[in-house]
Design a protein around this ligand. Structure first.
Ligand SMILES: C[S@@+](CC[C@H](N)C(=O)[O-])C[C@H]1O[C@@H](n2cnc3c(N)ncnc32)[C@H](O)[C@@H]1O
Length: 205
């Protein structure tokens, strides 16, 4: 199993969860998949926003449900997560993408020719931004911006009870990214100030 030594303080996913939480999370999604649950709504929106065979980064990929679907849709997918147990599950359950263990706060992906890896879309689904290390949201967003193609889109979804939208917007303001569109759901319901969920589509200016 891979190990990772984060350069910043540790993500809340690793510090604020109970022992066994990772295996619980893996089992939960395996059970939902076995029951035929729709687990790819986020991936469908990403698929609609990019051309075919796009380069896509599943940032905070967990056990791989989003990146796995995008791979099966024909895209070139890299998935990164700080939790080695979840990345192992992604490799087992969704073979095909390039699944890696890394902290998004230190993200440094390069292609075989040594050039920075650039993605047409980066997706942060499932409250990833609420689980990064405290006060590292801007650091993480800047690392993701470094990996976003000039006309690419970074899609970030989270419950606003877990991460206040003002805190997220303050982090965005510390990057070179701009908010292109905000939705209240991954199935494209319009944003409202009283919405409990936010999907923010960020781009380079
Ligand atoms: C609730 S899970 C969502 C997983 C997946 N995106 C999904 O929707 O199924 C949150 C994920 O964020 C990951 N995560 C949190 N902080 C991270 C960081 N700094 N670098 C990489 N992954 C991180 C956790 O390891 C965990 O897999």
């Amino acid at each position: 199993m891979d190990t990772v030594v984060p350069m910043t303080s540790a993500p809340r996913w690793l510090t604020d969860t109970e022992p066994g939480h990772s295996q619980w999370y893996i089992s939960r999604f395996r059970d939902m998949a076995a029951d035929g649950a729709d687990l790819v709504g986020e991936a469908r929106l990403i698929d609609a926003m990019v051309g075919r065979e796009a380069r896509i980064l599943d940032a905070g990929c967990g056990p791989g449900r989003v990146g796995g679907h995008l791979h099966r849709a024909g895209h070139r997918v890299t998935g990164v997560d700080v939790d080695p147990e979840l990345v192992d599950a992604a490799r087992t359950d969704h073979p095909g993408p390039d699944w890696r263990v890394a902290d998004l706060a230190d993200l440094d992906l390069v292609d075989d020719d040594g050039a920075r890896s650039l993605f047409d879309a980066i997706v942060c689904a499932g409250n990833v931004m609420a689980f990064v290390a405290p006060d590292s949201e801007a650091v993480v967003l800047r690392r993701l911006a470094e990996h976003l193609a000039s006309d690419g889109v970074l899609a970030v979804g989270f419950h606003v009870a877990k991460l206040p939208i003002e805190q997220f917007d303050a982090a965005v303001a510390q990057t070179d990214l701009v908010l292109d569109l905000r939705l209240a759901t991954w199935d494209v319901r319009p944003w409202r100030p009283d919405a409990d969920f936010a999907v923010s589509l960020l781009r380079h200016p």
